[in-house]
Design a protein around this ligand. Structure first.
Ligand code: FAD
Length: 473
């Protein structure tokens, strides 16, 4: 059979991993095709993930800030929320601008985009079924970047639109009077923050014994305290068991995560329920076996340090190669895969990948956490700077945060960091760089940070560790 398109490299999926790989490959002179099932490029992150959630979190932050302005003698009154306009801001002003931008960038680089669902039919052929019919693409190399999708717990009535995954929740169909969020991880808590600010009464249930599993407990506490103050009800070690859709709402009964124990909350009825219990890789849905690519039972594809699968001319990147499922990991992998495909002698060298929850306050961490250090028996020391001692943090009414640096006791080298507080996500980058550069506590403490900034807390925390600051002034 004659191929409709012959190319040097095809990229399957146009999320942050896929478009980065395609653009880099084209920039390196490879004849590149990008396959995407949806009309808009950008994948989960741009269309139904990172970007729309942050646009809505901006609205939540405005409402929250205005509601506290009375404390400093300024009143705005009750916010009036125009949902159509808010949706328009998120979709047209933010997401739309960038999906258009990506289409333009593809065109400029002469990356051919083919819209439709792609499936391997051989190690060098991909069949794409779209509105325009079926396209057979024959390639020399391929980058699989098909991403992931929300886990849909099987005991929930998914045909009822009051049961939502994160994509549904971001559509903002309405502001329910009551909302249950199942899953207290990053995505669940970001959406809880949005809906609470817009006026919903929010309950969060989490299976583990802390919100935001993966982050150190002390980092989570200021967020948990603030959520409590805002009236968000949180139940830990709680598992949704039976779910029924009724006229009055979605009724959910719970079990304790501890076997035999009584759950904190036995049952309740909510206007809407958001299920945010993780994401499942799409590796099992692309006919990878026809290309000889090994996919795990869970749908992950294993790769080496050059992002090659077990089939050397096929690479895989992003959410479907493993945790952490984060956009900035996918983009780095995408760039690397394209460069290796073009013949560059490169491999994965990054030591750490930062994680950020864009909640209020934000939580950000990078490298080894204190919990991990303890579990691994590492000999570490901690330098902690409470933001209550930062006049800038107090001046913006947000002294609840803190900055924590984790050092190897033998070398005083930084191996991890955690920040909780407003803008923690922006502040963590300096610490990712410090870890990559092998900085010691003395280097960080000796670096002049501008005053008065939240970033100063980084230098101060290093000085606390070194003992060059003993009282906090
Ligand atoms: P994806 O973005 O999942 O893209 C895969 C693309 O492949 C999709 O467009 C899909 O349609 C397409 N595709 C799949 N199969 C086929 C096929 N057979 N044929 C054709 N096309 C196909 N990460 C962060 O770093 N920061 C954040 O703030 C953040 N916020 C998030 C908020 C939410 C609500 C969610 C859900 C996720 C968030 N993430 C965030 C995670 C981030 O979105 C993902 O890590 C990232 O999108 C992964 O990129 P990717 O390139 O691997 O794949």
């Amino acid at each position: 059979r004659k191929a409709d398109i012959e190319c040097r490299i095809v990229v399957l999926g146009s999320g942050p991993g896929g478009y980065t790989a395609a653009f880099r490959a084209a920039d390196l002179g490879l004849d590149t095709v990008l396959v995407e099932r949806y009309a808009a490029l950008g994948g989960v992150c741009l269309n139904v993930g990172c970007i729309p959630s942050k646009a809505l979190l901006h609205a939540a932050a405005l409402i929250e800030e205005a509601s506290h302005s009375d404390d400093i003698g300024i009143s705005f009154g009750k916010p009036k929320i125009d949902l159509d306009k808010l949706r328009g801001f998120k979709q047209d002003k933010v997401v739309g601008q960038f999906t258009k931008g990506l289409a333009g960038m593809a065109k400029q680089r002469k990356v051919r985009t083919v819209h439709g669902v792609g499936t391997f039919i051989s190690p060098n052929e991909l069949e794409v079924k779209g509105e325009a019919g079926t396209t057979l693409i024959r390639f020399e190399q391929c980058v699989i970047a098909a991403g992931s999708q929300a886990v849909k717990l099987p005991n929930f009535p998914w045909d009822d639109d009051r049961v939502m995954d994160s994509t549904d929740a971001l559509q903002l169909a309405d502001v329910p009077k009551t909302l249950l969020v199942v899953g207290g991880g990053i995505i669940g808590l970001e959406m809880a923050t949005v809906y609470r600010a817009l006026g919903s009464e929010v309950t969060v249930v989490e299976f583990m014994d802390q919100l935001m599993p993966g982050a150190d407990k002390d980092l989570v506490k200021p967020l948990a305290d603030r959520l409590k103050k805002q009236g968000v009800v949180v139940h830990l070690k709680t598992k949704a068991a039976k779910v029924e859709a009724g006229k009055k709402g979605i009724t959910v009964s719970f079990e304790s995560a501890t076997e035999g124990a009584k759950p904190e909350l036995e049952s309740g009825t909510w206007d809407r329920v958001l299920v945010a219990v993780g994401r499942a890789p799409n590796g099992g849905k692309i006919g990878a076996d026809k290309a000889g690519v090994v996919v795990s039972d869970r749908g992950f594809i294993a790769v080496d340090r050059q992002m090659r699968t077990n089939v050397p001319h096929i690479f895989a990147i992003g959410d479907l190669v493993g945790q952490p499922m984060l956009a900035h990991k996918a983009t780095h992998e995408g760039k690397l895969a394209a460069e290796v495909a073009a013949g560059e002698k490169k491999e994965w060298v990054a030591r750490v990948i930062p994680s950020v929850a864009y909640t209020d306050p934000e939580i950000a961490w990078v490298g080894v956490t204190e919990t991990e250090a303890k579990a691994k028996g590492l000999h570490v020391g901690v330098g902690k700077f409470p933001w209550a001692a930062s006049a800038r943090a107090v001046g913006i009414g947000r002294g609840e945060g803190f900055t924590k640096l984790i050092f190897d006791e033998a070398t005083h080298r930084i191996i991890g960091a955690g920040i909780v507080g407003v803008h923690a996500g922006d502040l963590i980058s300096e610490l990712a760089l410090a870890i990559e550069m092998g900085a010691e506590a003395g280097d960080i403490g000796a670096t002049i940070h501008p005053h008065p900034t939240l970033g100063e807390s980084v230098g101060m925390a290093a000085e606390v560790y070194e003992g060059t600051i003993t009282d906090l002034y």
